[in-house]
Design a protein. Structure first.
Length: 224
């Protein structure tokens, strides 16, 4: 199944300062490769098409980095729109139907999370399918978990499973949210209420690369 992919690269990267004082977080390198290129590799391996990257903070650097590649840019130069608003703005570039989204500030090992999500996607039952990581395997994670799973794989708030930053989601309900900038958490809550939000446990390694001290943790995971 071929699905479009949205990579969220518009964030301010405040947790990653001072490394993000002069460059956007997606262009920070882990083991000699930028976080953005690692995310694009996952999309290519999963056969994602088209691929859209949104930009805001130091967006010209990302645009130059992607120059010459078959990747669409959704610019948020005026005001950052958060994940929900950013996805809604990019929909004309992504097309109709479910889309994959990916946060680039994460390193994965093991099965490709996007390919695993695509293989498990059931459009008759699901409006969202989130890649989840058990808290005790979530390297670099600060704080508690996000979700729990019921026996049928539906997600509920509060539990020991961390959202891994990869998902398949139907964007239909975005049109009903009046705010210009908002988080995809708004959409997840609507889907949870209807029993149409599901989770899939990632069967490999995972590291949150959201702050400078996490870079050696991610490199250790990749080289382990």
């Amino acid at each position: 199944m071929t699905l479009p992919l949205m990579i969220f690269a518009a964030g301010l990267g405040t947790r990653m300062r001072p490394l993000t004082d002069m460059r956007p977080k997606p262009l920070i390198e882990v083991a000699g490769r930028t976080l953005l290129d690692r995310a694009l590799d996952l999309g290519a391996e999963a056969g994602a098409a088209p691929v859209v990257v949104n930009t805001h903070y130091l967006g010209a650097q990302i645009r130059r980095h992607l120059s010459g590649r078959d990747i669409a840019i959704s610019s948020e130069a005026g005001a950052i729109l958060d994940t929900g608003g950013g996805l809604r703005k990019a929909l004309p570039l992504l097309g109709a139907g479910p889309v994959m989204t990916l946060n680039p500030d994460v390193v994965w090992t093991g099965p490709n999370p996007l390919a695993a999500l695509a293989a498990a996607w059931d459009g008759d039952r699901m409006d969202a399918l989130l890649a989840l990581v058990p808290l005790d395997r979530a390297v670099g994670r600060k704080g508690a978990g996000d979700f729990a799973l019921d026996p049928e794989g539906r997600i509920a708030r509060r539990g020991d499973l961390v959202y891994g930053g990869a998902q398949i989601i139907r964007p239909d309900r975005l049109a009903a949210i009046p705010e210009r900038a908002f988080s995809l958490n708004r959409l997840w809550d609507l889907m949870i209420e209807k029993g149409r939000a599901f989770g899939l446990i990632h069967q490999g390694g995972w590291c949150d690369v959201g702050y400078p001290e996490a870079i050696p943790l991610a490199e250790g995971l990749l080289h382990g």
